[in-house]
Design a protein around this ligand. Sequence first.
Ligand code: HEM
Length: 405
Amino acid sequence: MADTATLARIPDNVPADRVIDFDMFNPFTRETDFHKAWVGLRMDTPQDLVWTPHNEGHWLALSPDLIAQVFGDAERFSSRIVMVPKSTAGETYSNFIPLSLPPTTHRPYRKLLNDKLYSAAINPSEPDVRALCAELIDAFADKKRCDFVTEFAQQLPLRVFMRLVDLPVSDLPRLKQIASQFTQPDGSMTPEEAGEAFKDYLLPVLDARRGSGRKDLLTHIADGMIRGRAITEAEAINLASQAMVGGLDTVVNLMGFAMQMLARHPEVQARIVAKPAIIPAVVSELLRRLPVVSDAREIIADTVVDGCTLKAGDMIVAPTAVYSLDPKTNPDWMTFDIDRKGVHYLTFGTGYHTCPGQFLARMEMRVLLEEWFKRIPAFRLAPDQEIRHIGGVVGGTRPYILEWD
Ligand code: HEM
């Protein structure tokens, strides 16, 4: 087991045979692939529920049924805190809404996001997304190679998000750095500092937007009404911060994984070129095979799960990767199979916190593939490079090179 100074003491309610050595921020002890690291843990572990002393000590749900319950059963599993370590990132993030809110108060805040993120609001932006996508690909298509993460994945979704909130692209590096401290911390700021940094940035922006008549998401939040009263300044900051973290990390990372997967499957590339109409099915299978989020919940009151007593205040992590990469959910679960019948995944969560950004995320993925294959019909991973993945609340990949003829 790792350096004992950083490990939590095993509490009395944790049976010895449930203790494992797994750090979700660095799951690469045997596997360098993010998804295989989670699946490896599942395959090596006979129980559906285990406990790790890393990250202040927390439970880990490892069966599809239990993962779905953790996301879906708000009476037992509270979203007040959705991240480990609980006392640092978890507590700071617990200010952010609507994810931290219970079903009783969640709806009016969530509605403000839905108004701007559901399909009807997102669909009209597709031509703009397509034009930006084409511009980014055209910038490197003739070079016959690209650093996909840096030159594309960190560009398209982030720039689209900045249009949604109507903020200058020049502010992106700062906002992305703050958002990443919650999902893939690099030690440059504490979670508290990151929370403060969001506040410092957003407060003047939201003040200026209030009553401005602009059409963007931040203006909509600043002007929001909550059960007949104006949203408070603090609520607006916390709602906007949540949208930032949700929107700034996830699509980038999914795209990074997706193009690695497609690069390893020339037969799928050929099928897309021959019949672009299959792209939605390809996106669906990419979402199933490559989930990125491992959120947590806080136990509300002592409860028995899989024969163990979980104490009020304990944390339980529910990895969405383990949900869809399991034989009970999808036969032949590790195979990337675009002809799969019945594709089951929780990549966007489930229950009343199910991701409101999923329509935008799916559209961006589809448009990427549509525009990419018009220009680059066949591509591969450049040889002799080390592919390195990153663990965390949102898993991802470090930059890598794609090349084509
Ligand atoms: C591939 C891309 C994405 C993935 C995989 C993803 C995944 C998720 C998941 C799993 C949840 C549920 C969290 C939980 O219950 O603990 C969630 C919630 C959320 N996501 Fe996403 N997301 C993506 C894109 C986006 C985008 C683009 C936005 C914003 C523009 C966004 C904003 C949010 C927000 C605000 C919530 C909280 C919703 C609530 O509490 O009701 N997400 N997302």
